[in-house]
Design a protein around this ligand. Structure first.
Ligand code: AMP
Length: 417
């Protein structure tokens, strides 16, 4: 199968080729013809399987096939919603690079919070063909009359299950109310937990469905999953040991709180390892710089909250460490999916302590998985695990985060205005 055979023009095929995309991935082979045909789409495929290009390439193709007279930017032709600012920037970059060879690339704008709104308003003057946005800032721009959504022909929800979850519900409803009825919708994610499936079905109109190993963990060949038993207060020492003995050039470490990102990064720096924190309360400039340094290998360890769990594409990332366990089995899948991408291999290590053993056991069961607990010399745990009393409870995927609650409050406020 080739990109040309899927109906893409030479300019797009060449751009894909220059990125080293020799042939379409399974989700691309399935989604590109469907998107080119029109209609709604509900696509699920594993993390790191090329979902971004699966919607960006056919959108660029449809855009470039429009008659030249309609090549002036219209208010907004395609709207791409994503849950985090980092993902918005990454997606806009994918549009830029894949569309670079088109004789008339689309005017693409980003709308994301944490940065001054004025430059985004200026950029949107005269309209934009494509807008990649996080929902809150998009609505702020609507409130400032800087963007009109009445002409959107295609709405893409990337990491759709996150956007359909309760934290974004009010914002998404406001965006939907601004879209024309004929706007078609494309949903993409690696996970669609039962709680959001009905919402997805309600959003879509007789969608084509693509399901390529969705919800499945990455192949064992791509990501080796390990679990190490360790006392909670010895995790930083163990992390330091693992980074050094495995000689990892880059490792993404997930922790549960913003405080923990700073605290663990500081302890690693004291141990002479280059580390930085990434969380939602840092300024957007600091967030972007930390991620850029990590991608450029100027930084060996990035200690992040789940902000970094969704969609981020970091080339050749050797290891992901769950220093704190994820809240839900879906988050586990997204976190470990930051490594082992596009045919690479990687390792994902979860630290399990006496008090989190029951929770990890539940995550394993949700994925029908059993990972042997390892003990590392000098880090043998002293505390004894408490075995699960309630095998059906405990995984906290549906609980709203503090950020979700803040987002809901902001949306309520906006609706009042
Ligand atoms: P995504 O799932 O969209 O984040 O993509 C994961 C990684 O796969 C990214 O680094 C892409 O650049 C890469 N990729 C996407 N499509 C292809 C392809 N057809 N062949 C090789 N790599 C690809």
């Amino acid at each position: 199968m080739t990109f040309s055979a899927l109906g893409l023009c030479d300019d797009l095929v060449r751009a894909a080729d220059e990125l080293g995309f020799e042939q379409p991935t399974p989700v691309q082979a399935a989604a590109i013809p469907v998107i080119l045909r029109g209609g709604d789409l509900w696509a699920s495929a594993k993390t790191g399987s090329g979902k971004t290009a699966a919607f960006v390439l056919p959108l660029l193709q449809s855009f470039s096939a429009r008659p030249p007279s309609s090549h002036r930017p219209i208010p907004v032709w395609a709207l791409l919603l994503v849950p985090t600012r980092e993902l918005a920037l990454q997606t806009a970059e994918a549009i830029r690079v894949l569309g670079a060879r088109l004789s008339r690339p689309p005017k693409t704008c980003v709308a994301l919070g944490g940065l001054s709104i004025n430059p985004q308003m200026m950029a949107l003057r005269g309209g934009a063909d494509m807008v990649v946005a996080t929902p809150g800032r998009l609505l702020d721009l609507v409130a400032h009359n800087a963007i009109v959504l009445s002409s959107v022909e295609t709405l893409v929800l990337d990491e759709a299950d996150r956007l359909l979850s309760s934290g974004f519900a009010a914002e998404l409803a406001s965006v939907r109310a601004l879209l024309p009825a004929r706007c078609r919708k494309l949903l993409f994610s690696a996970t669609f937990p039962p709680a959001v499936r009905a919402l997805a079905a309600d959003l879509l109109n007789e969608p084509a469905q693509i399901n390529i190993d969705a919800g499945a963990l990455p192949d064992a060949a791509a990501i080796v999953q390990r679990a190490i038993s360790v006392d909670a207060d010895r995790r930083t020492g163990l992390l330091e040991r693992l980074v050094r003995t495995n000689d990892w050039s880059r490792v993404l470490v997930f922790v549960a709180t913003k405080y923990a990102t700073e605290h663990v990064a500081m302890k690693l720096r004291r141990a002479d390892l280059s580390a930085a924190a990434l969380h939602g309360e840092l300024s957007q400039g600091t967030r972007t710089a930390a991620l850029a340094d990590f991608k450029r290998r100027h930084l060996r360890i990035l200690v992040a909250t789940d902000l970094a769990a969704r969609g981020l594409d970091i080339d050749d990332l050797a290891a992901v460490v769950n220093y704190d366990l994820p809240r839900s089995s879906a988050d586990y899948l997204h976190r470990i999916g930051r490594t082992g991408r596009a045919g690479d291999s990687g390792v994902a290590i979860s630290f399990v302590s006496a008090s989190t053993e029951a929770h990890f056991d539940l995550i394993e069961r949700r994925h029908r998985l059993r990972i042997a607990r390892e003990v590392i010399t000098d880090f043998r745990p002293t505390a004894v695990a408490v075995l699960p009393q309630h095998p059906h409870g405990g995984v906290k995927g549906k609980r709203r985060t503090k950020k979700d609650k803040l987002r809901e409050a902001a949306a309520r406020q906006r609706n009042k205005q």
